[in-house]
Design a protein around this ligand. Structure first.
Ligand SMILES: [Zn+2]
Length: 675
């Protein structure tokens, strides 16, 4: 699946209408974030000044005498959040993209400092007691919601436990950071190789793949298990043995080391959840999500599994039939045959070659098209500006509404040495009414960016661009609230992908595509028939993909929803693969040891599908014959995007669709057969 991460601002965060000094700014500001940053030292100074201001604000807030009010307590707390949010989000971007290693390393150090500050704050009993004493009964709804959510987050952190327990919680949190780093490192450094005896073994692979992999003096060709090597092998290699050998290595990355790392991670999290008062980690981690608890998450997975069964079976039969054309006696399709036969089905039944659309998707045209589409939908415009950035290839823009600048953003769109190599949106500053406008950056690795290169993108790239831009629009249009803690995309984690997943729909609409997807040489708009073939081809296999996703979701939940002593991750993988998919578990494989989300997402991998169900439901409100119609889009912006985290996500969705969200649109999408 695509890597479409989003970086969260620290869930804990606050600023005192502090005065701004010329050397290092603290407090609210509208200055472009990279202004005045010359090197590692100037960046660290600026970030240290913010953390120092947060600390000073904290000390002052604790010393307040007399009745606790929103003005003397919640306001300074939110000012601390402002500083912490700014420091952690900016440091995360800089450590991921800055071209100079020393600056990246400094940013990592700053991230750790902000992390420590955040953990200490979340366990600070004095701060919690002060906030709990605030009488907000006469405050407005947003303020009441913010205070209520803040107190809940403090309790989830364990602030109301005795000192010994809080000490143990902190130790466990620190240890979990190290365990997570071990887990990642064991994946990253397990550089497995697969060799092909000769060039003939690469038969079926694309010409540019073969050209990139030259044989050595003995004629042997060495492949890695990274995506650029492994995915084409699974899809195109005619040699079954090569696919099988690739599968075995690919499904053992991080093994055996990470079996133990994972067991330790699961055990420590179970202990932490128990200390805070939860039955298990899955219940603990879902307590602040839309899904509310592990039982609901489990029922959600069961429902998706049941809904996708009949279609996944039909798709599997098509695969098996295709295989039987080559192997008449075949009765099954193995894990290393699935992608290969799916590709053959797409070619023979749908007549679609993914390369054929690239001439219509030159980077600059897609960018302009995306700007035009989102301008129309959300009633904003964009204008390029000349402000300092971290690399000369980065572009900066302002988002303008009714002549007023409401946000600023940066596009860092093409590959560069030492740059973050996935696609993500990085919020850089959360907006606050009359105090500061939001800032965010898009970081992608799309084609183009070199002189003379038109940057011809695949449709997958176009979807990625729309998806990430969806996060950016969400961040910028939700930046006008009185409290940092509920402004921007500080919303439930299992909702935050929905707006982005929904914006991808516009990349499948021929009428929308024809406004910008024009052949880079002839200027001919993309033909409707080609879009239709592309859609049909994309439909095949989606139920099997949903089932595969549920293997991941259920594993993620199950390793965390029971006594860790009863968890054997390999047995669990085997059971789930055999239960949810028609290709049996392959003995000797351990995909869980490289399933990075078991650390980052822990029990909540279900969130991707949950968000997708909501995205499909929200999209059903739009008129498919006229996706650019402004009325519904503006209602969506006002009901769902602009409120940011100021209301529960379920309320935002219900405000927009006029009822609690439903599965119907998702089920229609799942069962739809393109004609
Ligand atoms: Zn995303």
């Amino acid at each position: 699946m695509k890597n479409r991460n989003i970086r969260f601002a620290l869930a804990l965060a606050v600023c005192l209408g502090a005065s701004v000094s010329a050397s290092a700014q603290t407090g609210a500001t509208n200055t472009p974030f990279w202004a005045g940053m010359k090197d590692a030292a100037s960046f660290e100074r600026a970030m240290d000044a913010r953390l120092a201001n947060a600390k000073a604000t904290l000390d002052k807030m604790l010393l307040v005498k007399g009745a606790r009010t929103t003005e003397n307590t919640l306001r300074p707390y939110d000012d601390i959040l402002l500083e912490l949010d700014t420091v952690s989000s900016q440091a995360q971007l800089v450590q991921s993209v800055h071209p100079v290693e020393a600056v990246r390393q400094t940013a990592e150090k700053v991230t750790q400092k902000a992390g420590t500050f955040g953990t200490d704050l979340s366990l600070n009993r004095g701060v919690y007691d002060a906030l709990a004493a605030v009488d907000a009964s006469k405050a407005d709804a947003e303020t009441q919601y913010f205070l209520k959510r803040t107190l809940r987050d403090f309790r989830l952190a364990g602030v109301d436990k005795d000192e010994a327990t809080r000490k143990r919680i902190k130790a466990l949190r620190d240890e979990l950071v190290v365990i997570g780093q071990d887990f990642d490192r064991n994946i990253r450094t397990d550089l497995r190789k697969v060799t092909a005896k000769n060039a003939a073994e690469l038969e079926g692979l694309p010409a540019d793949f073969i050209a990139r992999h030259k044989p050595d003096a003995n004629g042997v060709i060495t492949l890695t298990i990274d995506y650029p090597d492994s995915l084409p092998v699974f899809s195109f290699a005619k040699n079954e043995d090569l696919r099988k050998r690739m599968y075995m290595e690919y499904s053992n990355r991080g093994y055996p080391k990470n079996i133990e790392t994972l067991d330790k991670m699961i055990a420590r999290r179970a202990e932490l959840a128990a200390l805070v008062g939860y039955k298990n980690w899955a219940d603990y981690i879902t307590a602040d999500k839309m899904v509310e608890n592990a039982t609901n998450a489990s029922q959600f997975i069961d429902r998706i599994v049941a809904a996708s069964g009949p279609k996944a079976d039909r798709e599997f039969e098509v695969l098996l039939k295709r295989k039987q054309q080559e192997v008449p006696s075949a009765t099954g399709v193995t894990a290393w045959e699935r992608a290969y036969y799916a590709e053959l089905v797409r070619k023979s039944s749908y007549d679609f070659d993914s390369q054929s659309v690239r001439p219509y998707f030159a980077f600059d045209r897609v960018k302009q098209g995306l700007f035009d589409v989102t301008s129309k939908l959300f009633g904003v415009s964009y204008r390029p500006i000349n402000v300092p950035t971290w690399d000369k290839s980065v572009e900066a823009y302002e988002m303008v509404e009714n002549g007023k600048v409401i946000g600023r953003f940066y596009l860092d769109m093409h590959p560069r040495k030492d740059k973050y190599n996935h696609a993500a949106e990085f919020p850089l500053r959360t907006g606050a009414t009359n105090r500061q406008i939001p800032e965010a950056a898009l970081v992608c690795n799309l084609p183009g960016g070199e002189p003379g290169d038109p940057g011809l993108m695949t449709h997958d790239d176009v979807q990625t661009f729309f998806h990430e831009f969806g996060h950016l629009v969400h961040t910028l249009v939700s930046g006008r609230h009185q409290w940092i803690g509920i402004s921007g995309i500080n919303t439930e984690q299992d909702f935050v992908e929905a707006p982005s997943q929904m914006l991808e729909e516009w990349t499948w609409d021929p009428k929308t595509l024809q406004t910008f997807a024009k052949h880079y040489q002839t200027n001919e708009p993309i033909p409707t028939a080609l879009v239709t073939r592309m859609r049909r081809a994309s439909e095949f296999g989606k139920a099997m993909t949903v089932r595969q996703q549920m293997v991941y979701a259920k594993l993620s939940l199950s390793v965390y929803d029971r006594d860790p002593k009863s968890v054997n991750t390999t047995t669990m993988v085997k059971e789930l693969v055999n239960k949810y998919t028609r290709s049996p578990y392959v003995e000797g494989t351990h995909f869980q040891t490289s399933f990075g989300h078991l650390d980052g997402y822990s029990a909540v991998y279900y969130t991707y599908m949950w968000s997708l169900v909501i995205a499909k439901d929200m999209f059903s409100q739009f008129d498919r014959r006229d996706l650019l119609a402004p009325t519904v889009a503006s209602k969506y912006r006002n009901d769902v995007l602009a409120p940011g985290g100021s209301k529960p996500a379920a309320t935002l969705v219900a405000d927009f669709v006029g009822r609690p969200f439903s599965y119907k649109a998702w089920e229609d999408w799942l069962n739809r057969e393109e004609q």
